[in-house]
Design a protein around this ligand. Structure first.
Ligand SMILES: [Zn+2]
Ligand SMILES: [Zn+2]
Length: 483
């Protein structure tokens, strides 16, 4: 057994503890910044395993930090554990069946994300215990789906205590996640008008709902005159009531603005703010706004990504039984919108990789992608946003995706929730733990690789970190209404 394999063995020895945490968090299915039980469980287990645990962190009640070891280098491992609303689903079922009526579910697999990251921290600890110099910090980062806790933690420059950070995200393909994504800012606009009988005294009323509608129309026209990579989305969170014969005195809309860089997102945001002010002026209503959350784009790091890929290749990807494949296929058969894309983001950019993937995935028809996509470094923007981006502007950061759900699984789907307690998901999270731990152990042994990752990061993040979270903003839990 190679020396590294000995430390990875710890993940097999503690597999029950690790998957038990994942399954419990799947059951808790707590929404962003309300992950009290999930956080408590992590704190308990990490203390039992000999970590030094701090909770809360940066004033966020459900954030924690678990540290082991001493001195340099310091490697950060990032965990998430929040769920999504409306996605309660029975486990291991091939049909849509709510477990709790109107409840939440782990449609993004963050129960696995946290537990897989913890598996890595366990293995790294066993390495450090043998007298190796260095520290591991396991960061419990709540509120990824809403709240952007990592951005709030980054505002305090918390992650600068590390030399670098590693993480992963469950997915339907095994790959190193390269490229960048969009920065994203969410703002809530609240309009206040005057109620009146809509037929009897219409001239006495000032409609807040009209203001929301006019704001949306204004933004609709704005979309023609912005960067094509930018996006603006909205949700009406308060339409002012259910009575058409009452002039709506209150209404609220939540906006999400995305551009590649935070600075660009803020510029676009300022234009949306003007439209909101104009809508209030047109309707003689009052507008107040509140910052909800914001995330930065990711800074890719070729040095760390390549090392993660080499370790992924060495550790190997999960393999599946016929029963697991049949379950995955049954879930795929239930997709409302089956994906026709080849698995692996590198396929859009490299024809040779696309050809290879087409061959091994039988043109994207196998139920579980049991191969590792060849490494491809990218700086291309991909849709979507993550608060891992904020960490990557403070220290070199890399992440992988490991298969935990069937091929082509839509993100945030009930199918992912159904799969989230299965042996497929367990295999995925344990694999992720091994790859992260193996990479971290290499990094403790190779200070020159850390130096190279930092030199690269200094170039790519040369513009400096521009935190999307204003100095006076406080984290807002999902569903917390503006007062
Ligand atoms: Zn998600
Ligand atoms: Zn996610």
């Amino acid at each position: 057994m190679s020396e590294k394999a000995k430390y990875l063995q710890v993940i097999d020895e503690k597999a029950n503890i690790i998957t038990d945490v994942s399954d419990k968090i799947w059951e808790y299915a707590e929404l962003s910044l309300m992950e009290f039980k999930s956080c408590e469980l992590y704190v308990k287990v990490l203390k039992e395993q000999g970590f030094n645990v701090e909770c809360p962190v940066c004033g966020i009640d459900t954030a924690f930090k678990a540290t082991y070891g001493s001195g340099k280098p310091v490697i950060g491992i990032l965990a998430e554990y929040d769920a999504l609303s409306g996605l309660s689903q029975e486990a291991n079922s091939t049909v849509r069946k709510e477990l709790v009526r109107g409840g939440s579910g782990h449609g993004c697999g963050h129960n696995l994300l946290g537990a897989g990251a913890m598996a890595a921290a366990f293995a790294v600890k066993s390495y450090l215990e043998e007298g190796h110099e260095g520290t591991v910090i396991f960061y419990g980062c709540p509120g990824e789906e809403g709240g952007a806790a990592k951005a709030f933690m980054a505002r305090e420059r918390l992650f600068e205590e590390c030399d670098l950070a590693l993480t992963w995200h469950p997915g339907s393909v095994n790959q190193v996640s390269s490229g960048t994504c969009n920065s994203c800012i969410q703002t809530e606009y609240k309009f206040t008008g005057v109620a009146a009988h809509a037929a009897g005294n219409p001239h006495m009323g000032r409609s807040a709902l009209d203001a929301v509608e006019l704001m949306n129309i204004g933004v609709q026209f704005l979309r023609e005159h912005m960067e094509s990579s930018s996006r603006i989305h909205y949700a009406i969170t308060d339409a002012g009531g259910n009575s058409p014969n009452v002039v709506q005195p209150h209404a609220q809309v939540l906006y999400m603005v995305r551009s590649v860089l935070v600075k660009e997102a803020l510029e676009l945001q300022a234009r949306v703010d003007k439209i909101a002010e104009a809508a209030a002026m047109m309707t003689e209503t009052k507008m107040t706004k509140r910052f909800i959350d914001g995330t930065s784009n990711t800074v890719p790091n070729k040095v760390l990504e390549k090392l993660m890929w080499e370790n992924f290749n060495e550790v190997g990807v999960p393999t599946y039984t016929e029963e697991e494949k049949a379950f995955a296929q049954a879930l795929i058969d239930g997709y409302e919108m089956p994906s026709k894309n080849l698995p692996g983001s590198a396929c859009d950019e490299n024809a040779e990789i696309a050809e290879w993937v087409a061959e091994v995935s039988k043109n994207a028809t196998i139920p579980l992608n049991d191969f590792l996509v060849p490494y491809w470094f990218s700086t291309k923007e991909r849709a979507g946003s993550t608060d891992v981006g904020d960490v990557s502007w403070l220290v070199p950061t890399a992440q992988i995706n490991v298969v935990c759900s069937p091929s082509g699984a839509p993100g945030h789907s009930w199918q992912n929730v159904s799969c989230g307690k299965s042996t497929i998901a367990h295999k995925g999270l344990l694999c992720a733990g091994r790859v992260i731990a193996a990479t971290a152990i290499d990094l403790y042994e190779q200070p020159e690789t850390i130096a190279a990752a930092k030199a690269e990061w200094e170039k790519r993040a040369a513009g400096g970190y521009f935190c999307p979270v204003p100095a006076d903003a406080v984290p807002v839990a999902v569903g917390e209404q503006m007062d």
